[in-house]
Design a protein around this ligand. Sequence first.
Ligand code: NAD
Length: 479
Amino acid sequence: MDHIQTKPASQLQSIKEVFTLQKQNLPALNRTSTGDRLSKLKAIERFLMDKDQQEKLKQAMHEDFRKPGVEVMISEVSVVLQQIRHIKKNLRRWLQPQLAETPLPMIGTKSYNLYEAKGNCLIIAPWNYPLNLSIAPLAYAIAGGNAAIIKPSEMTPHTSAFVQEMIESLFPSEEVAVFNGDKEVAQALLELPFNHIHFTGSPQVGKIIMRAAAEHLASVTLELGGKSPAIVDRTAPIKATAEKTAWGKFFNNGQTCIAPDYLLIEASVKEEFVSAFQQVVKKMYDSEGKGVQQSPDYSRVVNDRHFKRIKHLIEDAVKKGAKVVTGAKFDEAERYIAPTLLDNVTEEMDIMQEEIFGPVLPIRTFQSQEDVIRIIKARPKPLSMYIASRNRQFVNHIIDETSAGGTVINDYLLGYSNPDVSFGGVNNSGIGRAFGKKGFEEFVNARAVIKRQFGTLKMLYPPYTNGVKRIVAFITKWF
Ligand code: NAD
């Protein structure tokens, strides 16, 4: 691999300077072989497999929001490694030019799609999975032969510093660079003519990103959020479903884009679910009876702003008539919110108007399949939809009548786990796909190449005689 020798990004004077260096380096990067690209990915893999680095990362995430070590390994390190291994297995095939069929009037030509790098890529990451959502998209950008700048979130400063150190130790800045900082840094980056922007974050900021991308007609992948419903009908195994729901909700303290946001349960099985849910929360986070707050397996809300926001959602719901089944206990100094289940929730409450993104599960009930469809369709298309049911007709009816980025039946959070089906939202929950072949395709341009080997279309050239007109009529009728 030929590298232009330069200083790491942190020592360079400006974002613009690094952008320009990367731009100059694009032809060389686009020419890199599959082997070159894979060796870069292997360097990331080795770094993340290093036990000392894993410990450093766990420490950083503990300081940022007390994320448990097991969750760091499952949802940050393993996910990135899984994506890298998926690329390693498939990249040679993905990069092969795709030969197309030749229609009869095109006889004498050969056509294929060539996968060329998009070029300068910008990756803007959120705070809730700060390593995973910076490095997994980067792996696909590298696989496509691009240069990339990453802007991690300012809300997890320890992990964002880890990401910067990692990248600066593995890549020269004309290939990959990290700029840490708040939205001002993001805005400075967005002024530059990137070829592709991969953004993960809220729908509100997603709109700002898309507006900025429009200035340069940059392509975008927007991985956004929203309210993902957890639908449970009376045929579901209620105890097991309550356990899975609690896991899906409280993993990462509910700060997961695909967390079940609210429960939509058939009225006749609500009481059974509520009692099972309370028991499993105790089993998961308070088995020794010292209180959930003492559990090392329960993380914290990321910062004061989000703590206040979630507390307000609970208080507003209670003020408007919701009943606290469990939780609604707060410790502001620690940004601790107990696992909370709210009953008697109505659409007028703020908690049903915005993505919760915290450890609170509001309950809505339904009597009929049409209730479910009406409630889901009243809001934008969700990122994920969860359906727990043994009734195939019910599941198919819900899928047929609604739309969502992804759907998981009889479990939670799995939407992120199989690169072969890719991942993404639809409209308000996102545009484009991440991961797998479809995710790779977001970082490359499928350039159509058509080569004339013999023959000509001369018989269609002017002057447009009756003979030409007859040929056109024949083509129009038969091809
Ligand atoms: P956010 O939209 O507030 O911030 C994301 C990134 O955008 C950060 O790096 C931030 O610095 C930057 N940013 C913020 N304001 C900006 C502005 N005005 N201009 C330019 N950049 C700006 O999101 P967040 O709070 O970090 O993350 C939570 C959101 O992300 C939730 O909505 C969640 O559902 C979503 N999310 C989606 C996925 C997914 O894969 N679909 C994954 C994780 C999180």
